[in-house]
Design a protein around this ligand. Structure first.
Ligand code: NOJ
Length: 535
């Protein structure tokens, strides 16, 4: 029997290279730093690493502003360092996923510099979205950037260019075949260098429609797209159906072409995962149709409350929608764009949710530091670097809190991350959250993750679908418990603030916090905790 492709139920560890490990004392993590810690990564029990961008970049948006997608930024090392990282990862049977950024380039990319020089009407400008101002001098349309402020910036000769993100990130014009040709070259470049897959940034944004048409409610739309702005869900959902620059049909044509390119590498099983924030949720499944990409992120758990109804809906919907295209879901509790899960829902809850999710079918993504139970870093405004902070005049604090470097060892900040001054300060209060200190503590979050991932591999990967035992629609305790069985394992999460009895059969394998007691033949699950039982 042919075994499932490596990515199908892989556990993938996201590394933000700037924050992982600094090998040269300049205060910023780098590729040799990642390489030096691969044993740590391997011992976690993950199957692959996803590296956030490390390409040549002025770093206005944490490297998602790429000036040369086929080279390494000196702050991270050089191409030989990338090759060595990949070789060392492969030696440990870890796959490597690179992050590709096709929606935009940096304004420092040679194409954009050439477009500025070549002027209006030139073929150089056709690689981007350059338009003349309206007769009254205003921007070509009223769209608002996802980082705040107008999504247009004017150049010296009066034309405007479109940027859905920072003004230093001009959007590429995917109607121009040169753009796809260049990206295919980039994909091949990294595959030939050894990478095993790609995370596709803003995968839903490449194709724009009606660029010269105003949106009826640009501020509402901008708020609806912003997860940190509270909004009635019906209003939000209605607005999200009107985004003129996301999830257009044309993006699927691009991924069909890319799939052929990936498949041409045969046995290497090159995979791609789409970052696609789309609405309604069923649209996400289009990215993982058989002839498109392999996975699409499910972002629901980045914002879901720790509530049994909410979590049941998220899990059930993701599994069933993906099933319609014969795909498996993905799960992520944190990433470099969102508050860390331990800060968002609480430390015990974060552990419980992780253990709950590790049992589910599909692929799990873990953001480096999540395994340590790190909270968001507490930063002063003077520390902040996220363009969102600057483009909203400080009204939105931005994503730096999740990007504070990892604490590795010792009793004093910066805890072995760097011999220099870290690019974001690491709080002294993280003393007990270092890798070293958690390795020495059998009850630490790190041990929970390591043990759980080992058990997941042994009992759950490839074990098929789940059967709900407790939820709002199953069992009797669905307000406080969520429970499913899968293969020989029963997973029970107690979301409430007191211990709850359950009927789970079998031997306790692991618990995320507290102690599971037995009472009158029943198991008692501690508050805010998840347990796995083996039948
Ligand atoms: C999504 C990335 O995850 C985020 O960090 C970045 O700012 C935007 N895309 C723009 O590239």
């Amino acid at each position: 029997m042919k075994s499932a492709p490596w990515w199908k139920e892989a556990t993938i560890y996201q590394i933000y290279p700037r924050s992982f490990f600094d090998s040269n004392g300049d205060g910023e993590g780098d590729l040799p730093g990642v390489t030096s810690q691969l044993d740590y990564v391997k011992n976690l029990g993950v199957d692959a690493i996803w590296l956030s961008p490390f390409y040549t970049s002025p770093n206005k948006d944490g490297g998602y502003d790429v000036a040369n997608p086929r080279d390494v930024d000196p702050r991270f090392g050089n191409l030989d360092d990338a090759k060595e990282l990949i070789a060392q990862a492969h030696k440990r049977n870890l796959r490597v996923i690179a992050d590709i950024v096709p929606n935009h380039f940096s304004d420092q990319h040679e194409w954009f510099q050439a477009a500025l020089k070549a002027g209006r009407g030139s073929k150089e400008r056709e690689r981007f979205h350059f338009y003349d101002a309206n007769p009254d001098g205003t921007t070509p349309n009223n769209w608002i950037s996802l980082f705040g402020g107008p999504s247009w910036t004017q150049v010296a000769d009066g034309q405007f260019y479109l940027h859905l993100f920072d003004s230093s990130q001009p959007d590429l014009n995917w109607e121009n075949p040169e753009v796809n040709a260049d990206f295919e070259k980039t994909l091949r470049f990294w595959i030939d260098l050894g990478v095993d897959g790609f995370r596709i940034d803003v995968a839903h944004g490449l194709v724009k429609e009606d660029v010269l048409t105003n949106h009826p409610d640009p501020q509402g739309l901008s708020d609806a797209l912003r997860l940190d702005v509270a909004m009635d869900s019906e209003v939000r959902n209605a607005l999200l159906l009107t985004v003129p620059y996301f999830d257009r049909q044309g993006v699927h044509e691009i991924y069909r072409k890319w799939r052929k390119l990936f498949d041409s590498y045969g046995q290497r099983e090159i995979m791609a995962v789409a970052e696609a924030w789309v609405h309604p949720p069923v649209n996400a499944t289009r990215y993982v149709r058989a002839d498109e990409l392999h996975q699409v992120f499910n972002f629901d758990l980045l914002t879901a409350e720790f509530d049994s109804n909410v979590l049941f809906d998220v899990v059930e919907r993701s599994i069933s929608l993906n099933a319609t295209v014969n795909a498996l879901p993905t799960w992520a509790l944190s990433n470099h764009d969102s508050p860390r899960v331990a800060s968002r829902i609480g430390e015990e809850q974060a552990r419980a949710l992780a253990l709950f999710v590790f049992g589910l079918p599909g692929s799990t993504y873990i953001f480096a530091g999540q395994e340590l139970g790190l909270p968001d870093g507490q930063l002063q405004d003077s520390d902040r670097q996220d363009p969102t902070f600057f483009r909203t005049n400080g009204q939105i604090k931005g994503r730096d809190g999740a990007r504070v470097p990892l604490p590795w060892s010792g009793d004093t900040t910066p805890f072995g991350f760097s011999t220099g001054k870290p690019w974001l300060p690491i709080s002294q209060s993280w003393k007990d959250l270092t890798v070293e200190s958690e390795l020495a503590n059998p009850k630490s979050s790190l041990h929970l993750y390591r043990n759980a991932l080992e058990l997941r591999k042994e009992f759950l990967v490839g074990a098929g679908g789940i059967t709900w035992l407790e939820s709002s629609q199953h069992g009797h305790k669905g307000d406080s418990l969520l429970s499913y069985s899968r293969g020989a394992i029963t997973v029970v999460m107690n979301l409430s603030d007191s211990a709850v009895e359950c009927d789970a059969d079998g031997r306790l394998l692991i618990v995320s916090g507290g102690t599971v007691d037995a009472r009158d033949g029943k198991k008692v699950i501690p508050a805010r905790s998840t347990a796995w039982f083996l039948a």
